[in-house]
Ligand binder design. Sequence first.
Ligand code: FES
Length: 218
Amino acid sequence: MSANLRQIAPDAQQPNSFTFSAENKKLAQGIILKYPAGKQQSAVMPLLTLAQRQHDGWVPRAAMEHVAQMLEMPYIRVMEVATFYTMYNLAPIGKFHIQCCTTTPCWLAGSDDIMRACRDELGIDAGHTSPDGKFTLNEAECLGACVNAPMFEVTTPEWDMYFEDLTYENTRLLLQQLRRGEMPREGSQRGRNGSEPATGPTVLPDQQSAWKKMKEAS
Ligand code: FES
């Protein structure tokens, strides 16, 4: 099933109406209050994010209308934001949105293998959703985790996580875990702590051993 997330979904897929749930309405009101009086339109992006999370990971037209009404701004302005930024999905999407970075540092570190692992494991190509509706696969531009390349981001209506230091093998295992409903380890898949060097910390060794001793003693 193809998934063009940058094109507004056809009428047949659009819900007739959208309103925030009671919990999200409260959250939205709290977000709006962060901005000075008269500047509530600045809340358009977090409100669209909230709407996307509530609506299974995509923003229907009715949600854009609802946000426009809440912020007292023209619907077309909300639509401009939703259609410009790629983190807003404009059509139905799989439960797990796999966004595989293929920009130069990730590409040099093997993103072709990661895309191949996704294709082999999920049976779909970029821009498609698996027949069971669980996975949507896409390529992404640099996601800011180049030090731990290659990597991909997985987005669901409930959470967003980065998975880094990927290989063909660990990518397939990771996708299998998601399919089984398990939560894979976030971050480096070869056990690096944050973005530290692959061989372990190399700077301020004295301070680090003092810190280690302090932690052991506490
Ligand atoms: S190039 Fe892939 S995260 Fe930056």
